[in-house]
Design a protein around this ligand. Structure first.
Ligand code: NAP
Ligand code: ZN
Ligand code: ZN
Length: 357
C-alpha cells in the first residue's frame, strides 16, 4: 500500500509497474473530499488506445510513462459524496471524468474553456501530476476518483452506463473536430480506422447529417460499419477501391493508432478538403507539400476537448441516443483486451466493470 498512513480516500485500483509488466491490484489513497470536490464511485472505465501507448511507453517524448501507472480516462459512475461548496452535483447524480482533472484556471486557454491546452499543463487524469506537480495522478482502472466539480461532467443517463464511459475520450475526440469543421448535411466525410474513436466518429458524423465512408484495414468490419450507420465501406489497402474516389471528400478524420501513410487520404480530399489527425502513432508521417497545395487542402490535428465542449458532446449524444458499442470485461482481462485492441480486434471499445471488486 502506498500512502495509506495519510488521511484520505482509500482506493482499489489496478497498476502496471513497467512497460512489460502485467496489471496487478494496487491500493492507494486519494485526497480527502475537499469543499469543491466530488467523490465518484467508478462503475465503468473504457480502455483507450492512449492507455496502451502510455503503459508501453510508446510516447517517450510526448507523454513519458511514470510507474506505477493506473491508466483510465473514460470514467463514469454515481457521485457518492460532495464537498460543502459543491453546487453542480448532488449525491446520486451520474458524473464522468475525461482526460484531465485540473488545470491552472487562470491562463487564456483555461478561461476560454480549452483546459486541455492550459499553459501550465493540465493535470492529466493519470500518468501525470496534480497542479502541485508532485502528487501523482492515478486513473480510472480503480473504484473511485476525487475530483473538483469543475472538472467533472454531468451525465444525463439512466440504467446501464457502460456505453457512456467511452464518450469521455473517444466521444469528445471525434465530436470536437467534426464540430469545428462544421461537418453536416451534403458533406462527404471519411473516418479512417474503425476502432474506439473511429466508431464514435461514424455515429457522431451521421448524427450531424453527413454521408460517412469508413476506411478500414479489416475487411471483416464491413457489416458492422453499416450497422453503426456508415453509408460506405472501403478497404484502405485496396488500391482499386481507393482510385475512383480520389478528390471527392470534404473532411476525413484519421483515428489510426499505428504508423501509416497520410498521403492516400490527402489524395481523397476534394478542393478545400480537410484531413484531421487524432491518432498518435509513434513515427511521424511524410507529407508532400504539393499534395496540400493542389486543391487548397488542409491538414490539422485535434486534441480531446475542453470541459464546456465535452459537456456539449455528452448532451448531444444523449439527445441523439448515441453510446459506444462496448465489450464489458472484468479487471483480470485487461491484458487480453490490450492484445485484442492492438490487433484491431476491438468491437468497438473494451470497458472495465469496476463495480464489483
Ligand atoms: P483503437 O480502438 O485501437 O482503433 C485504432 C484503429 O486503427 C484500429 O481498430 C484499426 O482499424 C486501425 N489500425 C490499427 N492498426 C493499423 C495499421 N497498422 N494501419 C492502418 N490502420 C490500423 O484505438 P483508439 O482508442 O480509437 O485510438 C486511436 C488513436 O487515437 C490512438 O493513437 C490514440 O492514442 C489516439 N487518441 C488521440 C486522442 C486525441 O486527443 N487526439 C484522444 C484519444 C485517443 P481498422 O481495423 O478499421 O483498420
Ligand atoms: Zn483516450
Ligand atoms: Zn491554464
Amino acid at each position: 500500500m502506498i500512502g495509506t498512513e495519510k488521511a484520505g480516500t482509500a482506493t482499489k485500483g489496478y497498476a502496471t509497474h513497467g512497460p512489460e509488466a502485467k496489471f496487478a491490484p494496487f491500493n492507494f489513497v486519494r485526497r480527502e473530499v475537499g469543499p469543491n470536490d466530488v467523490l465518484i464511485d467508478i462503475q465503468y472505465c473504457g480502455i483507450c488506445h492512449s492507455d496502451i501507448h502510455q503503459v508501453k511507453n510508446e510516447w517517450p517524448n510526448f507523454m513519458p510513462a511514470m510507474y506505477p501507472m493506473v491508466p483510465g480516462h473514460e470514467i463514469v459512475g454515481p457521485v457518492s459524496q460532495v464537498g460543502d461548496k459543491v453546487t453542480k452535483f448532488k449525491v446520486g447524480d451520474v458524473a464522468g471524468i475525461g482526460c484531465f482533472v485540473d488545470s491552472c484556471r487562470e491562463c487564456q486557454p483555461c478561461i476560454d474553456g480549452l483546459e486541455q491546452f492550459c499553459q501550465k499543463g493540465s493535470a492529466m487524469t493519470y500518468n501525470g501530476t496534480e497542479m502541485d506537480r508532485v502528487t501523482p495522478t492515478y486513473g480510472g482502472y480503480s473504484n473511485n476518483y476525487v475530483v473538483d466539480e469543475k472538472y467533472a461532467l454531468k451525465v444525463n443517463a439512466q440504467g446501464d452506463l457502460s456505453g457512456v464511459a467511452p464518450l469521455l475520450c473517444a466521444g469528445i475526440t471525434t465530436y470536437s473536430p467534426l464540430k469545428r469543421f462544421k461537418v453536416g448535411p451534403g458533406q462527404k466525410v471519411g473516418v479512417v480506422g474503425l476502432g474506439g474513436l473511429g466508431h464514435m466518429g461514424v455515429k457522431i458524423a451521421k448524427a450531424m447529417g453527413a454521408e460517412v465512408t469508413v476506411f478500414s484495414t479489416s475487411p471483416g468490419k464491413e457489416a458492422d460499419s453499416k450497422k453503426l450507420g456508415a453509408d460506405n465501406f472501403v478497404v484502405s489497402r485496396d488500391a482499386e477501391a481507393m482510385a475512383p474516389i480520389a478528390n471527392s471528400f470534404n473532411f476525413i478524420l484519421d483515428t489510426v493508432s499505428a504508423d501509416h501513410e497520410l498521403m492516400p487520404y490527402l489524395g481523397l480530399l476534394g478542393i478545400y478538403g480537410t484531413l484531421v489527425v487524432v491518432g498518435v502513432p509513434s513515427a511521424p508521417a511524410a507529407v508532400y507539400q504539393g499534395a496540400l497545395i493542389m486543391g487548397n487542402k488542409a491538414l490539422a490535428g485535434s486534441a480531446i476537448g475542453g470541459i464546456p465542449e465535452t459537456q456539449e458532446m455528452l448532451d448531444f449524444c444523449a439527445e441523439h441516443n448515441i453510446v459506444s458499442d462496448v465489450e464489458v470485461i472484468t479487471p483480470d482481462r485487461i491484458e487480453e483486451a490490450y492484445d485484442r485492441t492492438i490487433k484491431s480486434d476491438v468491437r468497438y471499445r473494451f470497458v472495465i466493470d469496476m463495480q464489483n471488486q
